[in-house]
Design a protein around this ligand. Structure first.
Ligand SMILES: *Cc1c(COP(=O)(O)O)cnc(C)c1O
Length: 405
């Protein structure tokens, strides 16, 4: 859209939306329903972008739309804690028992940034360990060797981040406990936290190898550092209680977003009560938000989580598994965890970002456009996950596999 190109840097309000990595212009999408989206000429596509993660129930889910309408009609933000915040917090806490207390914010970026602040205050240490290719939003200290759009555009270390800030972030290799142990050792008593996507989903989907997450739990405990799970994507997606339930590892703090907002802007961080009680006004860590816990957002989140029964997860799992086993592309391999999936244009599933980066991104771009042509909309980067939703039923998966032929 030429008008958008004039108005917004690169024509977008978030870099992952641009088609730089695959070439061409993004379609102008005007409507979504279930597993489908439509462009301005009325052409229908099967959608695997899912707004980059939030839409586990698909587009325009009836009861989510209804909840949003009702909440909007009941008026806006009142500047006091409301029943919607309480109900959504209770739903989250029931499914994710490591979250003893929670604070809602407006984006995953804000949530990750705030969790680090709590970790630094709790440990009185400054350094953070993250993983190469891990994405935790765009706060300064987390734009070091970052995934997602930063990986796609090859700007893993952003301009405009002071070197003194970047120096507080140490970078380890995903699925490599030795790389974490070495950092914790050489910076003994200085590392506040290790932050990790328990299933890496912003370098394409990279699954944790057996023992990796438990190993992080053990190493951080021994080093007196906190373990932070960034479950902005995996939370309420890979299992009812997120990756921490799926892999049976309890983090000290958890970062949430995407699904818990039912498609509206949201974030949250929570965890051990003793840590969360450091947050103002009960403690000295300042963090605030004018529209945090907005009733319309809370209503959309509640209406979403309320529909996420074990039954729904089983259905999504079986359709995603059918997609996985049906996708056969020469020179490529599929990685899937629950409803997260990436087709890597390389011989074997990658274990870390360096391996993911060795994929044939030109082959991915050609594949992306052939699928688009055939009516299937994929995320426009080798380094993003395909998001399967509860609306991707048997016939949608069949049509997708049809398009592959
Ligand atoms: C999307 C994402 C974020 C950032 O969330 P925003 O709402 O875009 O700020 C953080 N962490 C992970 C793992 C994400 O995928």
């Amino acid at each position: 859209m030429t008008v958008a190109a004039d108005l917004f840097p690169g024509g977008v309000n978030s870099p992952v939306r641009a088609y730089r990595a695959v070439g061409g212009e993004p379609p102008v999408l005007v409507r979504g329903e279930g597993a489908f989206v439509w462009n301005d000429a009325g052409r229908r596509y099967i959608d695997y972008v899912g707004a980059f993660g939030p839409l586990l129930l698909g587009h325009a889910n009836r009861s989510v739309v209804e909840a949003i309408k009702n909440a909007a009609e009941a008026g806006g933000s009142f500047g006091v804690t409301g029943p919607g915040e309480v109900r959504l917090a209770q739903l989250i806490k029931t499914r994710m028992p490591s979250i003893e207390r929670i604070r809602f914010v407006n984006s995953g970026t804000e949530a990750a940034m705030s969790a680090l602040r709590v970790a630094r205050a709790a440990t009185r240490r400054d350094l953070i360990v993250k993983f190469e290719g891990g994405y935790h939003g765009h706060a300064d200290s987390l734009l070091v060797e970052a995934g997602s759009g930063a990986a796609t555009l090859s700007i893993p270390g952003s301009a405009g981040v002071a070197p003194s800030v970047a120096a507080q972030t140490l970078v380890a290799t995903y699925n490599d406990l030795d790389s974490v142990a070495a950092l914790l050792d050489s910076h003994r008593n200085n590392v506040a936290a290790v932050i990790v996507e328990p299933v890496a989903a912003n370098m394409g989907v990279v699954a944790p190898v057996s023992g990796f997450l438990q190993g992080l739990r053990d190493l951080t405990e021994r080093a007196g550092a906190l373990l932070i799970f960034d479950e902005v994507i995996t939370g309420f997606r890979v299992a009812p209680g997120g990756a921490q339930e799926l892999y049976g590892v309890r983090p000290d703090l958890t970062v949430l977003g995407k699904i818990i907002g039912g498609g509206l802007p949201v974030g949250a961080y929570g965890g051990r009560a003793d840590l969360m009680d450091l947050v103002a006004p009960s403690g000295p860590v300042y963090q605030a938000g004018t529209l945090s816990g907005h009733p319309v957002v809370m209503a959309a989140g509640e209406a979403t989580l309320a529909q996420l029964t074990p039954d729904i997860y089983a259905k999504i799992e079986s359709q995603a598994a059918r997609l996985e086993s049906g996708v056969r592309v020469a020179g490529a391999c599929v990685v899937r965890v629950g409803s997260l999936l990436t087709l890597f244009f390389r011989g074997r599933p990658p274990r870390n970002f360096r391996e993911a980066k060795s994929s044939d991104t030109k082959a991915f771009a050609r594949f992306f456009h052939s699928m688009l042509e055939a009516g299937v909309l994929l995320p426009p980067s080798q380094f993003e996950a395909w998001f399967v939703s509860a609306s991707h039923d048997g016939s949608v998966i069949d049509s997708t596999l049809e398009a592959l032929r």
